[in-house]
Design a protein around this ligand. Structure first.
Ligand SMILES: Nc1ncnc2c1ncn2[C@@H]1O[C@H](COP(=O)(O)OP(=O)(O)O)[C@@H](O)[C@H]1O
Ligand SMILES: [Mg+2]
Length: 204
């Protein structure tokens, strides 16, 4: 079947599952790791990702439906979310679209955090825009009983993604945090952690 994307850790291909077209994320073996360690690491990340995709979805955070998981092959069979990555959509978005996307990101990350989960790699490459909603993928570095510090790392990554670009995007980050603290009652504490993390970064 056709490989449509090849990342550092995983290969994405299209395949068929019970008569429907699905995406398969397959973690490829790494020859620089010890084979036993490699196998258990790939199985672990696959398991974590599938669980978090499903739990996030159950809390109302849009993620692909998981159809099947194969820990030996380190594969997740899931729904394909058709749409541009938020990273690309931001390039062409007008002010209103930008505001809507930022609101949605803040609200959904707030919801994820309020249920004790983190994403772990919260960049705009891991978000897809579809039907006016932001869909989250690639949760293998996330956690289920997350500390405020881990949530701070999520928000810090998000801030960096928006800071590195032009000033319009910096405004988008403020919209994100406004929506975030509205959704998550401990949001303000997390944002204080973000400042700690960034202070530490500056002096280390
Ligand atoms: N369910 C999905 N629907 C649509 N595109 C996807 C899906 N899963 C992955 N992709 C695409 O494949 C890319 C890599 O997948 P990802 O899960 O982010 O793996 P990696 O760990 O390599 O970053 C994503 O940036 C996205 O473009
Ligand atoms: Mg990714």
């Amino acid at each position: 079947m056709s490989v449509i994307r090849r990342g550092a850790e995983a290969e994405i291909r299209r395949d068929e599952f019970m008569g429907r077209q699905v995406l398969v994320k397959s973690r490829v073996p790494k020859s620089y790791r010890h084979p036993t360690l490699d196998q258990s690491l790939r199985a672990h990340r696959t398991r974590v990702e599938a669980k978090l995709l499903q739990e996030a979805r159950a809390c109302g955070v849009p993620t692909p439906v998981v159809y099947d998981i194969d820990t030996t092959k380190a594969e997740i069979w899931m729904q394909e979310i058709v749409g541009p990555r938020v990273k690309d959509a931001l390039q062409t978005a007008g002010p209103e679209e930008m505001r809507a996307m930022a609101e949605e990101i803040g609200r959904m990350v707030g919801r994820l955090h309020s249920h004790g989960m983190t994403h772990g790699d919260l960049t705009t490459s891991n978000m897809i825009l579809r039907d006016g909603r932001v869909w989250f993928i690639d949760l293998s570095l996330g956690s289920k009983a997350a500390s405020l510090e881990e949530m701070g790392v999520d928000m810090h990554l998000l801030r960096e993604a928006f800071q590195s670009a032009h000033s319009d995007l910096m405004r988008a980050y403020d919209i994100i945090t406004d929506a975030y603290v509205r959704e998550y009652e401990r949001g303000k504490e997390v944002l204080a952690k973000v400042r700690d993390i960034e202070e530490r970064g500056r002096y280390s």
